[in-house]
Design a protein around this ligand. Structure first.
Ligand SMILES: [Zn+2]
Ligand SMILES: [Zn+2]
Length: 111
């Protein structure tokens, strides 16, 4: 492939793809657009600051409550404790009403 003529080479460029832009250094409108979109997508998924993105776990949910260490003394933070309290309250009232079994069954049926 090293002996390919110039016209052959040009023909092989996959225009409108990131490869065309990066590997073949093509700067036509289609390749440039593909590159721009790829960069934009990468930024959207990875974020400008990946570490910051990781910190944005949602407090105030029961799943977060289990691992939360954002409170004073490295304990559960206020929103997470609230979420857990709310969960317990719902749980207890459902149990008192005798609805827990039917809900458990519905949950099991989902899986
Ligand atoms: Zn191109
Ligand atoms: Zn928390």
């Amino acid at each position: 492939m090293s002996k390919s003529t110039k016209s052959e080479k040009t023909r092989r460029i996959p225009h409108g793809t990131v490869a065309g832009y990066r590997r073949f250094k093509c700067r036509c409108r289609r390749c440039h657009r593909a590159h721009t979109l790829a960069v934009r997508e990468w930024r959207a998924t990875h974020g400008a600051n990946p570490k910051k993105y990781r910190k944005e776990k949602k407090h105030g949910t029961r799943s977060m409550y289990k691992t939360c260490t954002a409170g004073p003394d490295g304990g559960k933070c206020e929103p997470c404790r609230d979420a857990n309290r709310e969960y317990q309250r719902t749980y207890m009232s459902l149990r008192r009403a005798g609805l827990l079994d039917s809900i458990a069954q519905a949950d099991a049926g989902k899986k």
